[in-house]
Design a protein around this ligand. Sequence first.
Ligand code: FES
Length: 178
Amino acid sequence: MEYIFTQDELQEIARHVAKYPEKKSAVMPALWIAQEKFGWLSNEAIKLVATTLELPYAHVYGVASFYTMYFKKEVPKHLIEICTCFSCGEMKGKELLDFTKEHLGCNAQGFSADGKIWARAAECLGACDTGPVCQISNRRYRHKLTEDKLKDIIEKLRNDEELPYERIPLYDQTPIED
Ligand code: FES
């Protein structure tokens, strides 16, 4: 695989760089763009970000290794992170994670038997009042999880379906019509 950014990707990184007084402040969005492109952050991908932003490799690696949303090993395309913390734990978050792994036939790394999905526990996702909660591939949340809801999520991910934003009545600001 060739580790280069396209002109469009370089322009996107330049837009992020322009927001800050120092180039190094754009390291997180640049890593994100690299992860979206390559699927995970290999040494080569991290080096590409470092070269593009004219930063030391060690600095970029330090950022990439600090945050769990950056993947430092090759992983399946889709990720289900189920919160097992405080409130979600009380609402069977751990049991739902076990259910998900079993349903997927996960190995010890949490990778599904078909290699398309992985599941792991998450710390508090900041949506405790609508738990148990999960986050899908660093993007969408799903609230008030049940086994059936997880089965539906898994089915959609297996088919690479786009998961839309989930409206929560509690937070839905759409004006109510009589
Ligand atoms: S405890 Fe699960 S979102 Fe806070």
